[in-house]
Design a protein around this ligand. Structure first.
Ligand code: ATP
Ligand code: MG
Length: 189
């Protein structure tokens, strides 16, 4: 059982690469951003709460995200592997993920950090905004999301380095070249 954390700033390509991992390795994929956007689309109670945070480029409260994550994870049943995309985003979330997995007799196998320079992230997100219809892909919210990433999420790099799970992935270039690097890491697990 492989548990992969796919990590990186907004626009770093987590969703794009996760899709390719699912295709090649048949892993389950949990994208917390997708889960929340789906709740917003279906106008659920959770969706109403989520929208207030997402529109401002802020993170939802940890406790809420941890509950959501546990319920999606447990819905998978037996599988070869799981990709965590967009979770953890804070140190308390990383600690909770570790606890959740250990309680189920498993652990994070690797954390893949998709590293992309900031000017390219902004360019990608502004471009995505033209077709994604995502309320948070506009310049002001993008700036806010990057700030949240630097303050709350990037400390996880050191956290996973200390845990011996960290893998740096150059997130610039052809999607297929980036995926080859990722495949090499997965094949070595
Ligand atoms: P990428 O472009 O690399 O896929 P992203 O910036 O589009 O990354 P998503 O993962 O799609 O980000 O998440 C969108 C928004 O959903 C976040 O900005 C945040 O408000 C909320 N969100 C998603 N995951 C979490 C989480 N683990 N904790 C708190 N809030 C979250
Ligand atoms: Mg995404």
């Amino acid at each position: 059982m492989i548990n992969l954390v796919i990590f990186g700033a907004p626009g770093s390509g987590k969703g794009t690469q996760s899709e390719k991992i699912v295709e090649k390795y048949g892993f389950e994929h949990i994208s917390t951003g997708d889960v929340l956007r789906n709740e917003i689309k279906n106008q659920t109670k959770l969706g109403t709460i989520a929208q207030q945070y997402i529109d401002k480029g802020q993170l939802l409260p940890d406790e809420l995200m941890i509950d959501i994550l546990a319920s999606v994870y447990d819905s998978f049943g037996t599988c070869k592997g799981v990709i965590f995309d967009g979770f953890p985003r804070t140190i308390p979330q990383a600690e909770s993920l570790q606890k959740l997995l250990q309680e189920r007799g498993t652990d994070v196998s690797a954390m893949l950090d998709l590293d992309v320079p900031e000017d390219l992230l902004i360019e990608r997100l502004i471009n995505r905004g033209k077709s994604s219809g995502r309320a948070d892909d506009n310049e002001a919210t993008i700036k806010q999301r990057l700030e949240v990433y630097h303050n709350q999420t990037s400390p996880l790099i050191e956290w996973y380095q200390k845990a011996g799970k960290y893998h740096h992935i150059k997130g610039v270039g052809e999607v297929s070249d980036i995926f080859n690097t990722i495949s090499q890491v997965i094949d070595s697990l």
